[in-house]
Structures are given as C-alpha cells and as structure tokens.
Design a protein around this ligand. Structure first.
Ligand SMILES: [Zn+2]
Length: 169
C-alpha cells in the first residue's frame, strides 16, 4: 500500500493566480481596518479556503499571498485585532502556541464558543487552531495518532478537525 506523499505538488503559477483571484473576490474591507472574509468560515469564525487540495485558513492564505510562503515551521498566525474573520496581513503576525495562550490570558478573553460550550468537544478553540496549524505545516511531520495522544482525544476527532467536518458551521 502506497502512502500519500508528505508534500503535495507545488501549485503552478496559473493555479496560484487563480487562487488569488478567488481569494480577492471573497474579502471586504471594514472601517475598522480589518479586511473580513465573506465566504465560508469554520465554526470558530475563521475563514476557510480550499487550496491545493487542502482546507486552509483564509488568514493563512492571506499570509501566503503576501509572503509567498506559509508561516515558518513551528509558528502559527496570531491576529492582533482578535477578529478571526480578518485576513488583513497587517493584523497578522507569526507567533508560537505559547504566545497565543499568553495573548488570550492577557486579554482576559473568555472564548467560549459553540464547541466548548455545548460539550461536543473537550478541545478549546485555540487547540483546534493549533491542531490545524500543525497539520498544515508541511515541514512538521506529525501523525493523527500523535495529535490524538497530545490532545487526549480520539483520532476521529482529529480527523474531523483536519477535514473541517465537525467544526464547519
Ligand atoms: Zn483585523
């Protein structure tokens, strides 16, 4: 049985241009300075976009189009505006999972969202973000089983998150 290649093929220039056009059609600048994603979002409010055979965060795609690269290994994207719909690259910075937790503590943000409140999930929103970030990071080899162990949830829960099943609004 052959394994899937760890890294999907590099998208062509034509595909990138097409993806950028789709991206640009789905954003709306706000008076606040945020540029909000107006297409599909996950249950945590983050925009999602299908790119190169994967679901990607819209803010991650914004980073990609502006930097010609995804966030560096081990880093995740943090919103300075705390607006998950926002794809304004000026409002995004690379940080660590620890930064992300610190941000939330310092803001005193009680991010109780559907998944946390209704008991469907033992995972917090930021953990779901982390899981997606880890899976999306091509340079970080990680397995579903390892993530399930790390977050103390079933492998199916991880698969559902990765495939945007459980968590899509
Ligand atoms: Zn913003």
């Amino acid at each position: 049985m052959s394994e899937q290649p760890a890294t999907p093929q590099e998208p062509s220039a034509q595909y990138l241009a097409f993806a950028r056009t789709r991206f640009d059609a789905k954003i709306s600048p706000q008076e606040s300075g945020c540029i909000e994603w107006i297409a599909g979002r996950d249950r945590w409010g983050y925009g999602t976009m299908w790119f190169n055979r994967k679901h990607r965060g819209a803010h991650t795609m914004s980073w990609f189009f502006n930097h010609n690269a995804f966030p560096v290994k081990g880093k995740i994207l943090l919103h300075s505006c705390d607006n998950p719909k926002c794809v304004n690259v000026q409002h995004l910075r690379e940080g660590t999972h620890q930064d992300n937790s610190n941000d939330k503590v310092s803001r005193g943000r009680q991010a109780f969202l559907k998944g946390e409140k209704n008991g469907q999930s033992k995972l917090k929103r930021y953990q779901v973000d982390e899981i997606r970030a880890k899976i999306n990071n091509m340079d970080l080899p990680i397995t579903i089983a390892a993530l399930a162990r790390e977050y103390k949830v079933g492998e199916q829960t991880i698969r559902d998150i990765v495939q945007n099943r459980t968590w899509v609004v």
